[in-house]
Design a protein around this ligand. Structure first.
Ligand SMILES: Cc1ncc(COP(=O)(O)O)c(C=O)c1O
Length: 358
């Protein structure tokens, strides 16, 4: 019934899923209770206007079935099979099959999105767009610095390339405020922004949105299946409009930030007692943990599982697997603080065993 697989004896830090008891079951049911027939008919093409207004405005917003769906739709309207697309490295690994399903060819962008190297690469391979997760990224938890955001937008404007900004984690901020979205900094094009309610409310809703210039929104609205079937996930979108309007979303978000901050601190503090170089991300769900010299992420995985803990090896986050051998991604979203602390101890034991084996 659910995507998560329980593995007895393993504290699994590989899943970027919410902690189940933080899903707002009662609040969501309450938001749906007062709806009438309009929630159950075919919906307006781009989404219900009340939700569009809340998410960036009618004409510049299109409701999707989540970020993954939004990216799949963009591959259809922005690119054709055989086209090159640039991907940040490392980046969200499950974006790669979405791109290749459409026959696109992912090519790594230069490290840190250095402007000169990026410009040269764009000229060399004429990509259709650059996909990146610039805020509380998956897998690193890091954010692109403000200066680099401005430089990136300038390169995109000059070279005539779109930036597809996956902004799935923006709302989950634990220290200070989230950096301004590329979409905000640029004031629209050349950025297309993907948002989602999967992390802030519930992944099972399959609800998100795209912010883009009207010309791209028009292409989305004209897709055959939207014309045939109406707005995407209409009943859920209408319910979300109410959930936002009566303040339930805002209250839930405040509570979530507190819970995930506690979980982040628990895992970071416990790891720092035994592993060097652990960063504390200001938002999102992930730690990008460096391994001691000579310990490889893929080789560590079976040892870690023998010790009762799991993670995702860093290599998965490069489209061609060429980087990340010395990194692992840990998610602190799914397990409560006490389990995260136990998981950290098991992981440190596994790393020590791997160092010993070298
Ligand atoms: C960076 C990133 N983008 C997209 C997704 C998937 O989002 P959605 O559930 O809205 O399709 C995830 C989930 O792990 C993610 O980490």
């Amino acid at each position: 019934m659910i995507q998560f697989e329980e593995r007895p004896g393993i504290l699994d830090l590989s899943w970027g899923h919410p902690r189940p008891d933080l899903l707002p079951v009662r609040e969501w049911a309450a938001a749906g209770a007062g709806l009438d027939w309009r929630a159950l008919t075919y919906g307006a093409d781009a989404g219900p206007p009340a939700l569009l207004e809340a998410l960036g405005g009618v004409g510049r917003t299109f409701v999707t079935g989540g970020t993954s769906h939004g990216l799949a739709l963009l591959t259809q309207v922005l690119a054709a099979p055989g086209d090159v697309v640039l991907v940040d490295s490392p980046t969200y690994h499950l974006a790669f099959p979405i791109l290749t399903d459409r026959g696109l060819r992912p090519v790594h962008a230069p490290e840190g999105l250095a402007p000169d190297a990026l410009r040269a690469l764009i000229r060399a391979c004429r990509p259709r767009f650059l996909y990146l997760v610039p805020t509380f990224g998956n897998p690193t938890g890091r954010s692109l610095p403000p200066d680099r955001r401005r430089e990136l937008i300038e390169v995109a404007r000059q070279e005539g390339i779109l930036l597809v900004e996956d902004d799935t984690y923006r709302e989950l901020v634990y220290d200070g405020v989230a950096p301004q979205a590329l979409w905000e900094v640029a004031g629209g094009g050349p950025v297309v922004r993907l948002g989602s309610f999967a992390k802030t409310v519930a992944p099972g809703l399959r609800l998100g949105w795209i912010n883009a210039e009207p010309e791209i929104i028009t292409r989305l609205v004209r897709l055959g299946y939207v014309h045939s079937g109406g707005g995407v996930n209409h009943a859920t979108a209408v319910t979300m409009a109410g959930f936002l309007a009566d303040g339930a979303f805002g209250r839930h978000l405040v509570a979530l930030r507190g819970e995930y901050r506690t979980q982040r601190n628990a895992l970071v503090d416990a790891l720092r007692e035994r592993i060097a170089g652990v960063e504390s991300p200001a938002g999102g769900w992930f730690l990008w943990v460096p391994l001691p010299v000579g310990v490889e992420a893929d080789g560590l995985l079976p040892i870690a599982e023998e010790h009762g803990v799991s993670f995702v090896p860093g290599t998965r986050f490069w489209a061609d697997g060429s980087g990340g051998r010395d990194r692992i991604r840990l998610s602190f979203s799914h397990l409560p603080a006490a389990d995260l602390m136990r998981a950290a101890g098991r992981l440190a034991d596994a790393v020590a065993a791997a160092v010993h084996k070298r």
